[in-house]
Design a protein around this ligand. Structure first.
Ligand code: TXD
Length: 319
């Protein structure tokens, strides 16, 4: 039985998601957008490429939630992206209203869906989504850590002139300036990065520069694009999560997941390694953090908590 995948938001990321999902033949795709023409136009355009890339999936566009009902999976990008000079947090007010509307739309039509949220400010928006929709916490997850980790891997591979497949690392915590690239969990061909510092292949200063560039990875692209933000790497990241769910791959992936005392945090969403399989977020994986990593992680959690407090001031329903 073909899976039904609904993409709420048919903008830059939504359209790229649809194209990647179609080419990977993961299931039938419904593109939903308040701008119905964008959803319909992109669905038709991608469908017309099916004879070329030989994918036999149905694509449709709509602005009616009835057309999205009984979805197996939903990926949400509905919202506004940053403009140059804006922080992810600046999007809170407008995107909180949008995610409330989306939650109303999906909760009665696809109560059993696995929901991947991409809309920024990610950690707070995914938490608001879970509260508004009342979906089980293991069925609502945020995409950010895979993107941040991918950026970190890419920068390290370029600096060390090694194939990207040789770099193993991850970025945890909130999807913002306080995100935590985990240096103690960074290996090149299985060798701790410490050894590359000792052998002079990379300096601590260069690593710090790469960490900073990773934290500001989104803003760097916003500056180039001027209108809009990154969408190819975010879409590829969301598809990796979707595929692990639909095919029950049980991949360990850094995602914004609900914490219930793991890493000393509770009743909050933040970026941690999780196992994604047919039951959604099946497990939060606890890795050992150095004192420095734990301090940075706690700082990142506090930043998410502060922003969620701001969200609760905007909408007391989130209490
Ligand atoms: O790592 C991450 N999580 C981030 C997330 C990486 C990059 C971008 N990040 C955020 O994703 C970004 O800051 C935005 O909040 C979202 C979507 O970014 P995108 O670049 O796709 O934005 P677009 O191109 O503006 O698309 C958003 C679409 C647009 O077509 C609107 O018409 C639609 O959302 N939209 C809605 N759809 C449904 N329902 C409502 N209410 C609605 N409002 C707007």
């Amino acid at each position: 039985m073909k899976k039904k995948i609904t993409l709420i938001g048919a903008g830059q990321i939504g359209g790229t998601l649809a194209h990647l999902i179609a080419i990977k033949k993961l299931g039938d795709i419904v593109l939903f957008d308040v701008a119905e023409g964008i959803a319909k136009g992109k669905a038709l355009d991608i469908a017309q490429s099916s004879p070329i890339d030989n994918f036999d999936v149905n694509l449709s566009g709509t602005n009616n939630y009835e057309d999205t009902k009984n979805s197996d999976a939903i990926i949400i990008t509905a919202g506004v992206p940053r403009k140059p000079g804006m922080t992810r947090d600046d999007l809170l007010g407008i995107n909180l209203k949008i995610i409330k509307q989306v939650s109303e739309g999906i909760k009665s039509t696809s109560p059993n869906a696995f929901v991947i949220c991409i809309t920024n400010p990610l950690d707070v928006i995914v938490m608001a989504l879970q509260r508004y929709s009342k979906f089980p916490k293991n069925k609502v997850v945020g995409m950010a850590g895979i993107l941040d980790s991918s950026r970190f891997k890419y920068f390290l591979s370029k600096e060390l002139k090694v194939p990207i497949g040789d770099v193993e690392t991850l970025v945890l915590g909130g999807h913002g300036d306080t995100m935590v690239p985990m240096l103690n969990h960074t290996k090149i061909r299985g060798e701790p990065i410490e050894n590359f510092i000792k052998s002079g292949k990379i300096t601590k200063d260069n690593i710090e520069k790469i960490v900073d560039r990773t934290r500001k990875g989104g803003a760097e692209i916003v500056k180039y694009l001027e209108k809009g933000s990154a969408y190819y790497a975010p879409a590829a990241s969301g598809v990796q999560m979707l595929e692990s769910y639909l095919k029950d791959l049980k991949k360990e992936l850094p995602c914004a997941a609900f914490l219930e005392n793991e890493y000393g945090a509770k009743d909050i969403y933040a970026g941690v390694p999780v196992i994604i399989g047919k039951n959604g977020v099946e497990k939060v994986v606890q890795i050992n953090l150095s004192e420095n990593e734990k301090n940075q992680f706690d700082k990142s959690i506090n930043a998410v908590k502060e922003l969620f407090d701001a969200a609760k001031k905007i909408d007391p329903e989130l209490e």
